[in-house]
Structure formats: C-alpha cells, structure tokens
Write a protein that binds this ligand. Sequence first.
Ligand SMILES: [Zn+2]
Length: 375
Amino acid sequence: MSAFSRNPLGVFRTEGVSLDYGDFFPRLYNLCCSIGLSRSNQSLGAAFCPDQDQGRATLMLTKHFGVFPVELGNIDGTLNFRDAMNWVARSNDIVLLQTSHVLRNSAVPPSSGVRGLQVRSTEQLTVCGTMSKVLAWYQREYQNALGHVRFVQAQGKHLVEIDTVLLEKNREDGLCLNLNRLVEKESNGAFQVDFESDPKVTFHANAALPDKLFNGQSSQVCKLLYPEWFSFNTSEPKVEAALQCAEANLRDQMAYIVSAPDPLFAAAEINIQKEFDANTQRIKTSSDAKGKRLVYLVGISVETPAQGDTDFSETGFIPWQAFVQDGGGECKVLNQAALIHKLKEASPLNPDEIDLDVVLRQLESDEEGPGFADD
Ligand SMILES: [Zn+2]
C-alpha cells in the first residue's frame, strides 16, 4: 500500500502525516504567529464539510485561537468566497481553514487504511454524505457500464464485447467509452469488429490492453474500467443548485474518481486541490485581502466514528497546502512537504490558549442578572 496518492493534479502524501485536531490546532496557531500574525488577535474563518462532526473542531479552535470560528463554507463544502472576503475586510490578521472530509466506514477494518484496497467491491472505505450526493449520478453510470463490457478470450483472440445499449449511449448524456483505447483499428481507421449481433458488438481488443484482463475464463466480467477508457458526457448539472460548485470542481476528473479504490477520498482530494488553486488566485487579486497578514490552509479531515462512551468522533487532519501573505504583500504557497515541515517545527503547546471552563463560568455569571423574582 502506497503512502502517496498520485491523483491527476499531483502527488500527495496521505499516510503517516495525519495530525489529531488536538495536536494540529495549537501547531497551526503557533505557525501563524511565527509567520507574523499577531498573537491573541487572529481572526479565524473555517469552511468545513457540513456532513462533518464540527463540534470538537469548533471547541478546540475556540480554545486555541480565543475566538469562535466564523463559518464560511457553502452547503457543498466549497468556500463562500464573497462572504469570506467581506469578513477578511474587517480584520488584519486572518486565518482561513478549509477542509474536505471523509468519515471512515466503521464496517471496514481499520487495517484497510484510507487508501487501501477495498475489502469487497461494493464496500466503501470512507463515506461523506455531501460528496456522495455529488457523485451519485456518475457512480450509477459507472456501475451500469461495468455490466455492459466483457473481456473475452476465444480461439486465441482477445476480444471486447460491448452491449449496444452502451455504444448508443455514446451519443447521449452519460458514460462514453473511449473505443480508441479499447479496440484495435483497421488500417483505414475503422474499429475492428469480430462479430456483431443484437444486443452486443464484439470487437478485437486493443493490443495494448493487459493480458490479465483475458486470462482464466472465456469471458471476464468487467470489474474495473480504467479512467482513460471513458469519460462522461453531461449537457447539464447532475445535482441540485446548492451542490453545483463541488460538481464543477470534480467534473473533469470524474472518471478518475469513480474508478478509484476509494471514490469518496479521491473526491475529497480533487475538491480541496481545486478549491485551493482557485481561491488562492482570487485572494491574490482581492482588494479586501490586500495588505493583510493572511494564512489560507487546506487539508482533509478524516473522521473516525465516535466509539465507546465518548460523544465526539476522532478526527485526523491531513495537511494539503497553504497560501501565506505577509503584511508587505509578499505571497507564497507552501506545498505539502513544506507545510508539514513547518507544522512539525511549530510547538504543540499554545501559551495563549484559553480555558473554556473559565470562559463559560464568566459568561454564566454575566447572565445571572436580575431574573424572575422569588415569590
Ligand atoms: Zn463530508
């Protein structure tokens, strides 16, 4: 099992770099101070996936930053940039935290790991209600297509059987096979058909397809379509309006996502990377952010369901990237390795953390003004 994810947008470390929130938040606070943000006067905004258990995160962020985080996320977990910039305009020292999210599927043994192989093809390693809605139409199309492609070995020939219903769909809204990758061509460029009868067409397999697809049985049911073998034709969004920003982030990588061993985790990676790239460019040109000391940090929250007698889920944070702007207008992007190095350097002890019990007692005593008079 690799500790790295090689997704279409880059190579990222996904194993061995996760920090528990209790460790991450004080390090983040100290990192921001070391970059030049003022101590004890940082404004904190957060965009979490609405599907994530945010109770522990909110309490711990408040404890370490001394302020309640301002919620700046949309329903689909993307950043509400307009609200974010309105909020940025009111402060000089800004910390903006955005996370994609997955919840470990408690039915899958932990030893499987986030990026491990699936135990059964129908069992998802991680789940996320928000992203599941965004992926639903694309995953249905993909599962349907698997039932219409078969790899056949007959009389020494490698053949690909494709049901005509899927070939017809090439002209419609839906999954579109890339026959150039699957089928051998004649010298005139036409696809080599071995046999054609309703409801399927049997093609000569592209010589570049791996032998293992055809070994063992006379007809191999297709268990996986590689992302280079297909794409999605979509004439309109496949989700409700509130989820369309996330869908737009993922759309051009949907083939990679739905065929990944862990589609929800793959979606979390692509979504946060797209968000980071777009929002970093927008911050750089925003008049509201000009001249401000600002840290925009993104990552993936991996939640483990609450167990035993604890009310809170455990959450590990995988740092992804950060954008840093100092008051003089100097900007830089910390790639994942540099960000992890900086977080490791930062102290896990926060001398400025507040005692939430004291604050709550203070609030309660402030509210104990004149109440109902006793009879
Ligand atoms: Zn989620």
